[in-house]
Design a protein around this ligand. Structure first.
Ligand code: DGJ
Length: 523
């Protein structure tokens, strides 16, 4: 059975792999790691072993897949599959085709060297960028052919085993550096009547013959680019889907201050145009935010609007990622979560004993210009926290999957520095959580409570203190009768210490995530 997304018994979109619900505890590799099987063998797979992840997200690049037009080389893809199977991991492949982060970096040289056939988008008339235009049907067709070959190869080599569970089509698409493409073809299309699908989207009568600017005013450039990227992605994705219908996602470089299209890739699946994407790109199963911003909740709220399942292919690398992961699964029934640059969380020492090479730090000036929070890219101190969070979650994925949408899962996150805590109202008691975490360089406060039978609970996450309260308005009092710490494996709780006395009074979970089980009684 092909991996698929389908509603579970409560109607919550769920990823099924080998017919079982599957929660992606993932990690995305740096862009260049999977370009060498040898590098993967020596530096990546060993580095991933300490982490309880079940899925590795890795690029497959057009330039290495089709180095000469029409001649395909699947050796890197095959080694990746072979190595992932040996390691017992699933894969999500990132198709780095015509576009990666708003640029044309991964197209083969025969595309890059032929700017007539594969023409570039222009920043202004006659000022070409190094990015293939989304109006270039020849490039889109060539990309779609290569992508279809990749998918048919996966069907042939992995259709039984299902090591690859999802594919991302392109990466953070959109045009960087200008609000729209000014190539000759784009100019012509921009001045032509708006296409019927856009008129339908905007509720404009079908017989209207206006062009983009008269109809959409200052939103016209971005809507124009979004429309053309949508058509391109639909063409590419549908060609791949026809060969092998795995779940597909498209990821977004998020819109961010100063909110000028072109300062982020213009035309990508940003939150405000998700409805347009859903309409024009039916071959894509979900739109996925790459979350480096600090407002984790705000972004997740936006990307779960409508029926969009939440999959976070790139999450920030600092310790707060180790608490956010609980909220992603507990609050949004996420399909998956994956910090970026996972292989250097636990770098492998070189055989000579010298310190492992650090991934190059992003240029602070560039990051400041893009208004990007540098700490999102620093993994200093993250490894032990993430390791623990993944350990806990990987022991309870079945339980979590079973409770998606059941109403028994109650997630929480500290929203800002004024947020002191939460009272979770339950049928017979209220649970008060006081938030304790607000120190930089550590995980934040987040977690979830799972109702486990009458008056019994599991709670996990980071940085909060627990108190059980009588149900508001009830005459019954409530008492905590047993509190235990423990671990989960294969969805079973294995108790450790019974926490009583001082430890019960302080019933608290620290920056390092842990799991508690507790039972209360009413009197
Ligand atoms: C977002 C991109 O999607 C990734 O491929 C990577 O370039 C990270 N940014 C930054 O390192």
């Amino acid at each position: 059975m092909i991996p698929r997304i389908a509603p579970n018994q409560y109607g919550v979109p769920t990823l099924y792999v080998n017919d079982q619900p599957f929660l992606i505890l993932g990690g995305e590799l740096h862009n260049s790691s999977s370009s060498s099987a040898d590098y993967m063998e020596k530096n990546v797979w060993p580095a991933l072993r300490p982490l309880a992840l079940n899925t590795v997200i890795a690029p497959v690049c057009w330039e290495t897949l089709e180095p000469e037009k029409g001649s395909f080389d699947f050796s890197l893809t095959d080694s990746l599959l072979f190595q992932a199977r040996q390691e017992g991991k699933k894969l999500i492949l990132l198709w780095f085709g015509i576009w990666k982060n708003g640029e044309t970096m991964y197209a083969p040289s025969w595309v890059k060297q032929d700017p007539i056939t594969y023409f570039r988008a222009c920043y202004s008339p006659d000022n070409p960028s190094d990015t293939v235009s989304p109006l270039c049907t020849a490039a889109i067709e060539a990309d779609a052919c290569a992508f279809a070959r990749l998918m048919s190869h996966l069907r042939e080599t992995d259709g039984e085993e299902n090591t690859v569970i999802m594919v991302q089509v392109e990466n953070e698409i959109g045009f960087l550096g200008a609000q729209r493409d000014y190539s000759k073809e784009a100019q012509k299309a921009y001045l032509a009547p708006v296409p019927p699908a856009m008129k339908e989207y905007a509720g404009i009568p079908a017989d209207n013959t206006d062009s983009w600017y008269p109809l959409f005013g200052e939103d016209a450039p971005e809507l124009f680019m979004t429309y053309h990227y949508c058509l391109a992605i639909q063409h590419i994705a549908s060609a791949g889907k026809a060969e092998y219908p795995l779940p597909f996602n498209v990821n977004a470089w998020l819109e961010q201050f100063p909110e000028i299209p072109g300062s982020y890739p213009c035309g990508g699946p940003i939150a405000k145009y998700m409805d347009l994407w859903k309409k024009l790109v039916p071959s894509i199963d979900m739109l996925s935010p790459d979350i480096y911003l600090s407002d984790f909740k705000g972004v997740c709220d936006a990307y779960t609007a409508g029926d969009n399942p939440l999959f976070i292919p790139e999450a920030r690398r600092d310790p707060v990622t180790a608490s956010n992961v609980f909220y992603a699964f507990g609050q949004y029934n996420a399909l998956g979560f994956s910090p970026f640059g996972i292989e250097d969380m636990f770098p492998v020492p070189s055989p000579s004993g010298s310190a492992p090479e650090e991934a190059p730090a992003p240029d602070p000036a560039v990051m400041a210009a893009l208004n990007i929070d540098l700490s999102a890219f620093s993994n200093t101190g993250t490894a032990p926290y993430l390791q623990r969070s993944y350990e806990i979650l990987s022991g309870m994925t079945g339980l979590l999957a079973e409770h998606r949408g059941s109403g028994k899962l109650h997630a929480f996150i500290r929203k800002n520095e004024h947020d002191k805590g939460i009272i979770i109202p339950l049928p017979e008691t209220d649970i008060k959580l006081t938030y304790t975490g607000n120190r930089p360089g550590l995980p934040g406060t987040a977690g979830f409570l799972l109702e486990n039978g009458p008056l019994g609970f599991y709670i996990t996450g980071c940085n909060f203190q627990i108190e059980v309260l009588p149900k508001k308005g009830s005459e019954k009092k409530v008492s905590l009768i047993r509190l235990e710490e423990g671990t989960f494996s294969e969805d079973k709780f294995h108790p450790g210490r019974i926490l009583n006395g001082d430890e019960r009074m302080q019933a608290a979970i620290c920056p390092m995530a842990s799991v508690l089980r507790f039972q209360v009684c009413l009197y």
